[in-house]
Design a protein. Structure first.
Length: 457
């Protein structure tokens, strides 16, 4: 990213990710690749994947193919043996996780199905926000007529997002609610329909979903599954698919489950495309599932594209263009630094942001990340106590101003000096990039590809 974000720039399945990174490091640090190293790395992969609840037969198929390719295939031109083995591991894990598919950004009706306790209603709120962020008018239909609290829950979500919810308290016929809701909400682009769950996939539930689908004529039937189910998620996906023809799956609770790898691989084996993964409890904690990006992060290769997308969402186009132009002209003020800190905060937890960086740039511990988060908060408070002139021209901040700013922000003069020191470090780093003609040209090219026009700058 830009400016201070460069200096600062989930781990989903943290234990699996660390174990796989260990195997990758073993290859990367080896002086040469031989049969013994390949076999050792294959054993590490097997242990990591089995601990993550991936099916044992699938694990042995994957690792056998990794071993075969690593020993038989020659590296392509321009790639050394170590890089070649790492690429093979990456490609084979991507195969295991199957294909992802993204919901199109267009007017549509989506029916959500799933069992009790899978996070279906909350997930509907997350998908609503996903479409809302992309400029579509969203509305919800409360089609779960069996769970007493379902209507109140979806109403709360609607209020949080300022989107309308159609439902009728006390009505037990879900198809009737769907029919009326579609009429009432006909002017909305995307209509998301909740349905009832059960403790198991019973005949009664299947029939109700089929009746709702006949009324709604949905463009998508999305199954919501709890990732902590592990390999059983595959059985549920297959059962629902056979019953009602699901078009995609969303896996919830992927923010720390040791069984997440099992759920992902099991669902992929059914052939049902995974649309999103839920990575937390907030309505923003939903991530488009892209196997290649997911595995890149899992192996410590980073996911800079996702990081850039998060940054673009966090900063408005106008703010971004203004800040970038300012920086590219050779200026960098405390105000620019503040804007970038604000954007960084909106991008989500720092641990998730750092997980998107390539291995080697992720070396901060949880304690160090928490310390950085606290420092960011303190720095923002300090800058809130500065005048506009001080933010635009930090050079004028001398002893008397430091004392005043510290008192006004409830911090110490040493805290203010630390902020100024960090600002100077960031400013020098940016000057270093801009003074390198090659780096400057590359940066300008990438920014123009992203839609920012700097004219003849």
């Amino acid at each position: 990213m830009l400016g201070w974000l460069q200096v600062l720039i989930k781990m989903v399945l943290e234990s699996l990710g660390e174990a796989l990174k260990g195997a990758i490091r073993k290859i990367a640090r080896a002086s040469y690749v031989d049969k013994d190293l390949v076999k050792e790395v294959v054993r590490d992969l097997q242990r990591a994947l089995i601990r993550a609840d991936v099916n044992v037969n699938l694990v042995f198929r994957l690792t056998k193919e990794v071993e075969r390719r690593a020993l038989e295939e020659k590296p392509p031109p321009g790639m050394n043996a170590r890089e070649h083995v790492i690429r093979i591991i990456y490609e084979e894990i991507v195969k295991v996780l199957g294909r992802g598919r993204t919901l199109e950004i267009k007017p549509q009706r989506i029916l959500f199905v799933g069992l009790y306790g899978q996070g279906k209603t909350t997930t509907i709120g997350k998908v609503a926000k996903y479409f809302q962020k992309r400029g579509l008018k969203v509305a919800l239909i409360a089609g779960d007529t069996h769970r007493p609290a379902a209507y109140d829950q979806i109403l709360q979500i609607g209020q949080q997002l300022s989107v309308p919810v159609y439902g009728r308290r006390g009505e037990i016929k879900a198809p009737k609610i769907v029919r009326e809701g579609l009429i009432e909400l006909k002017d909305y682009d995307v209509i998301l329909i909740d349905s009832a769950g059960r403790h198991s996939l019973e005949k009664e539930l299947i029939e109700e979903i089929k009746r709702m689908a006949r009324v709604a004529r949905p463009d998508e039937i999305v199954l919501v599954l709890d990732a902590t189910m592990g390999q059983q998620a595959g059985e549920q996906a297959k059962a629902f698919h056979d019953a009602v023809g699901i078009t995609g799956v969303i896996l919830t609770k992927m923010d720390g489950s040791a069984k997440g790898g099992g759920a992902l691989s099991a669902v992929a084996e059914t052939g049902a495309p995974i649309l999103f993964i839920g990575t937390g409890e907030h309505l923003d904690d939903l991530e488009v599932f892209d196997p290649t990006r997911f595995v890149s992060r899992l192996l410590g290769m980073g996911d800079l594209q996702s990081l850039l997308e998060k940054a673009e969402e966090a900063m408005s186009e106008v703010d971004m263009e203004k800040t970038v132009k300012h920086i590219m002209s050779g200026k960098f003020t405390l105000k620019d630094m503040y804007n970038q800190m604000e954007a960084l905060t909106r991008m989500g937890p720092l641990s998730k942001i750092f997980s998107m960086l390539p291995m080697g740039m992720q070396r901060l511990s949880k304690e160090e990340i928490e310390s950085m988060r606290e420092k960011l908060r303190k720095f923002k408070v300090i800058m809130d106590s500065m005048t506009e002139e001080e933010l635009e021209n930090p050079r004028i901040i001398k002893h008397s101003r430091i004392i005043r700013i510290a008192r006004g922000s409830g911090t110490t003069p040493s805290d203010v000096r630390e902020l100024l020191k960090q600002y100077k470090t960031s400013r020098r780093a940016i000057k270093g990039v801009l003074s390198n003609r090659k780096l400057r040209r590359q940066l300008m090219r990438h920014l123009k590809e992203g839609g920012l026009d700097f004219g003849t700058m």
